[in-house]
Design a protein around this ligand. Structure first.
Ligand SMILES: Cc1cc2nc3c(=O)[nH]c(=O)nc-3n(C[C@H](O)[C@H](O)[C@H](O)COP(=O)(O)OP(=O)(O)OC[C@H]3O[C@@H](n4cnc5c(N)ncnc54)[C@H](O)[C@@H]3O)c2cc1C
Length: 303
């Protein structure tokens, strides 16, 4: 068992909880207790926490808003660190470029609203993605033709050895839902974005339009982790699933959304096991019918 006394000292403004149900911290609303759950209050405490966990060789996992996670009902035997308290924002201009440096825990919706209010163009695509900056950088999140890699300048990260380094855009090795952050288990502390200038009303109107499209197409009324599978080259996962006759396929309270087959949703009190059953069935059927391997976009956290 873990002793949290030292953690309480080095992260005294952070929230530390024992046996915290992860269903309360994931948009899928699934997941058993984490032995320890810490919400870091700011960058300094996030660094202290990560370095301490690394030094003591405690098992840990860093998360943002839990909008791309499926956590096992048995929970997590280790420490889950949420960055959500680390949400400071610094805005400045240099020539005709607009810059925002923000903490890993800021929600993309908040960041998008800040860009809109300041007339900064280029982040319209991200306003409806329900993640944090850190999760979005790790995942190279994207929508409506835009991706984080289009607007990011650099990210400050902590490596698995506890070193703090700054990675420029190219060094982040961002590609479709992938980055060096995931591959090398780095933790994003904060990131710098550059935007052009635009008309505030137009930016807001574009964001509203994208959000309307989301509400029309996505099953936002249910718990989910967004698109369950990555887009296979040359196909759309949702179409392959629908053409396999799996729309509405259900196991307990977990089902393939009737509205968008690319989403596996939790319509009530779905469990991890039910979610895995649906995911495995979908993958098997799509492979059988089309010979396409559906790769998971959702991250599974299970011992
Ligand atoms: C309804 C819905 C719609 C969605 N639409 C989209 C969409 O249009 N486009 C899209 O790309 N995604 C979409 N998603 C998925 C999700 O919102 C994104 O992947 C988002 O970027 C995840 O951010 P998060 O903070 O929630 O990360 P989490 O779910 O908490 O974590 C996801 C991954 O990021 C890692 N991570 C989180 N924070 C950090 C950090 N600070 N440093 C290092 N690694 C970190 C975690 O370890 C994990 O591997 C959607 C999800 C939902 C529920």
């Amino acid at each position: 068992m873990f002793c949290t006394e030292i953690l309480n000292k080095i992260a005294k403004n952070s929230t530390i909880k024992k046996d915290e149900p992860m269903s309360q911290h994931t948009t899928f609303r699934i997941g058993g207790p984490a032995d320890i759950f810490i919400e870091a209050s700011d960058t300094e405490e996030l660094i202290n926490i990560i370095r301490y966990l690394q030094k003591e060789k405690w098992k840990y996992f860093v998360m943002g808003n839990g909008s791309n996670l499926l956590v096992d009902d048995r929970g997590y035997r280790g420490v889950i660190v949420s960055t959500k308290g680390n949400d400071n924002v610094h805005i400045y201009k240099d020539g005709n470029k607009n810059f925002i440096n923000a903490g890993a825990g800021i929600l993309l919706s908040k960041l998008a609203s800040i860009t809109a209010q300041n007339g900064f163009a280029g982040f319209e695509f991200a306003g409806g993605i329900p993640g944090t900056l850190g999760g979005a950088v790790a995942m190279n999140a994207g929508a409506y033709g835009g991706e984080i890699k289009d607007v990011i300048e650099q990210a400050r990260v902590i490596t698995i050895n506890g070193d703090i380094i700054t990675l420029k855009k190219d060094e982040l090795e961002m590609s479709y839902r992938s980055s060096i952050i995931q591959k090398q288990h780095m933790v994003v502390l904060d990131a710098l974005f550059a935007f052009g200038s635009g008309d505030k009303e137009q930016i807001i109107s574009q964001m509203n339009e994208f959000n309307k499209q989301r509400r029309n197409k996505q099953p936002l009324e249910y718990g989910s982790a967004g698109s369950t599978f990555k887009r296979p080259k040359g196909y759309f996962a949702g179409k392959l699933i629908q053409d396999s006759g799996l729309k509405g396929y259900r196991c307990g309270d977990i089902m393939v959304s009737e509205k968008h087959s690319g989403f596996v949703v939790n319509v009530g009190n779905g469990t991890f096991e039910q979610a895995m059953n649906v995911i495995d069935h979908v993958r098997n059927e799509v492979m059988k019918n089309f010979g396409v391997n559906l790769e998971l976009e959702v991250k599974i956290l299970s011992d």
